[in-house]
Ligand binder design. Structure first.
Ligand code: SAH
Length: 438
């Protein structure tokens, strides 16, 4: 089997989507030109668990241009663009992805990615890396059993020892992998692409800021002007969402936080800050972006106004207590795509978007290509870096070297036609010396 997708006849539509993304990803396309000439990934087997979108397709084509063989599986059961999956499958990529997988199918896909015996893994949320480690370490779970159904009978300890390294796209994944490194469980080095400046300052903030609203608006078509918006978490993602809520005309934007510095930043940025238990009573639209579980608990939900809308832009499907909501709901109805109405025991109704999974990737198309251009240029350079430095990287979670990060910024500015100043020799000397004072 070389692919498993929803409908291969969607390929032509998918190719047009990918072409559209390519037009808006000039930095990655420059890297592709160089990869085509230099073939730095010649013979390298890559397995990637990333959102299967038109932007990811541009990255995959770039890796293939560099000489790699690529297997692509989803990093979320609901985020696959079926047209794109079909187009990549037709181009010979090993794709195992469709929109709306159940848990078993999702981990079957992860198992399939492992069955290709990658020497480089790419992850968004760390499900592939973690599952491979669980297999190698003999950890048992439902997820592992599902992965085993497709991973085949092989020596996973040997397989993992031949992996050069992996990349991680997102905050959540970096947190999981750092925990593995701390405990001494991690078996190969990781490049935390998320931690590049040209990733988190742009993708997490401006990417999520726009795509989250895109998802909420496509799903509901409600008016933001005049509404009270509550954003849980003021990390880079929460900042972007709160900033754009203001721009869309929200009457009040309330931020909830647990970190005093971030809470203070939110206040100085012009937002109201209060505990979720208070915000719950006044919000119209709630968006979670904390990276943790139960940012919105069942208690919070029971306090909400009739008609409150709940969406998640953060961590898997655990930031909102969906399980609690399911348990107590007196009635549940699908209102339109990605909008489910729950009638609570107190008679009020709340609306959960995208099953509490990432609303931007489920109900819209994820971040726009222009911002993924930078994230995925970091990914391409990270894979090249891992291959170049195989056997030399220390076990642990590393940043991509600053020169490469700066190079992405430089190229992005160049493709936007924006020029900047250079330090003069005098300035360079001044900032690197300590002798001159008042
Ligand atoms: N896999 C987890 C983790 C969060 S996903 C989950 O499903 O819950 C967040 C990541 O999605 C971001 O780091 C961002 O880079 C990525 N992303 C956003 N838009 C995307 C797009 N259009 N294509 C591919 N990846 C995208």
């Amino acid at each position: 089997m070389t692919y498993k997708v929803k409908d291969i006849s969607l390929a032509e539509k998918g190719r047009l989507l990918i072409e559209w993304a390519e037009r808006h990803m000039p930095v990655l396309m420059k890297i592709r030109e160089r990869f085509t000439r230099e073939k730095p990934l010649d013979g390298i087997r890559i397995s990637a668990s990333l959102h299967v979108t038109k932007e990811t397709a541009v990255l995959v084509r770039t890796l293939v241009a560099g000489g790699a063989t690529v297997t692509l599986v989803p990093s979320n059961p609901l985020s696959t663009q079926d047209e794109v999956a079909a187009a990549l499958a037709e181009d010979g990529i090993y794709v195992y992805a469709w929109k709306g997988m159940n848990e078993r199918e999702y981990y079957n896909a992860i198992g399939f990615a492992i069955s290709q015996e990658p020497v480089v893994t790419m992850d968004d949320g760390a499900d592939l890396t973690v599952t491979l480690h669980k297999l190698a370490l003999g950890v048992k779970s439902n997820e592992v059993n599902y992965a085993l159904e497709t991973a085949g009978d092989r020596d996973f300890a040997k397989l993992i020892s031949s992996v050069y390294g992996g990349t991680e796209e997102t905050t959540t994944g970096v947190i999981r992998l750092r925990a593995m490194a701390r405990e001494g469980t991690l078996r190969y080095p990781i490049i935390a692409v998320n931690d590049s400046y040209t990733k988190y300052l742009f993708d997490n903030r401006y990417g999520t800021g726009q795509s989250t609203w895109d998802g909420i608006l496509r799903a509901t078509n409600i008016l933001v002007a005049g509404k009270v918006v509550v954003v849980a978490g003021y990390g880079w993602v929460g900042r972007g969402i709160a900033m754009r809520a203001k721009g869309l005309g929200a009457r009040r934007v309330i931020v909830t936080e647990v970190n005093p510095v971030r809470a203070l930043e939110a206040v100085f940025d012009g937002f109201e800050v209060m505990p979720m238990s208070e915000a719950a009573e006044i919000g119209d639209i709630f968006i979670t972006a904390t990276g943790d579980i139960n940012a919105i608990t069942l208690d919070h939900i029971l306090k909400m106004k009739d008609g409150a809308v709940l969406a998640n832009a953060g961590h898997f499907n655990v930031e909102i207590d969906v399980a609690g909501l399911e348990r107590v709901a007196a009635e549940k109805r699908k209102i339109r795509d990605y909008v489910v109405e729950y009638r609570l025991p107190n008679g009020k109704r709340v609306y959960l978007l995208a099953e509490g999974r990432l609303v931007n990737l489920v109900a819209a198309e994820g971040h726009p290509s222009e911002v993924m251009d930078m994230s995925f240029s970091n990914q391409a350079l990270a894979v090249e870096y891992i291959v170049k430095n195989r056997g030399k990287l220390q076990l642990g979670v590393h940043k991509l070297p600053d020169e490469l990060d700066m190079e992405v910024a430089r190229l992005k500015l160049e493709t936007m036609g924006i020029r900047i100043d250079q330090l003069t020799e005098e300035q360079r000397r001044y900032i690197s010396s300590w002798g001159l004072g008042t």
